[in-house]
Design a protein around this ligand. Sequence first.
Ligand code: PGA
Length: 255
Amino acid sequence: MSRKNIAAGNWKMNKNYEDGLTLARNLLVHSKASEALMILAPPFIHLQGVAEIIKGQAHIHLAAQNCHQKASGAYTGETSLEMLKSVGVTYVILGHSERREYFEESNELLAEKTNAVLESGLTPIFCCGENLTIREAKKHIAHVSDQLRSSLFHLSAEDFGKIVIAYEPIWAIGTGVTASPEQAQDMHQAIRKLIADQYSSEVANATSILYGGSVKPANAVELFSQADVDGGLVGGASLKAEDFCKIYESFNTLS
Ligand code: PGA
């Protein structure tokens, strides 16, 4: 995958089915298609309904918020990649900090899930990021580097080239506190350098690196205009069509 501008909306565990479909319809009506990708990650049971609404819209793609690493079988309550593919999902968010924290997803498990997503032909959106204690101890770059090394650097350059990275500092998620554009740029630059050192500058320059953590219409342009920030993974502000459309359209104002 070549480097792209992306606005991805992570609805998390919000909205009932009807409200979810209304949101998808409103996004379709109010967003102006552009070169940038809009990715919607609704809850699992909304996926098929949203897929039908966005059908034929080349700029809008569907993501799952998680998946199981095994192909099928006795895993009560889980959802396989084959099931996700069969309703039109093309991206899978992996390693969101909420899954790491509340569902104890380890770097090792995330390596397995990454392999499974790539094998199924879907695109992982791999999340990484530090908590406030790690940031205050100035160990954030080492922490994020370790997350990427442990879960992704076993991949071939070809497979790594298919991944989207999302840097999401935990202290900025759902808190209203956004990383400053400089803090985001510093980390994104460090991630790109790490990828260049591990693979090549071609692979690094082709990787889309999204920022997540209290992205809003008011700060999207400034964040996305940083040299190494290719877009955003948006939680709260993706639940309002007007806000998410503004975030998506903020790429149009970048030179
Ligand atoms: P937020 O969430 O935009 O509500 O901070 C971001 C995320 O968790 O992906």
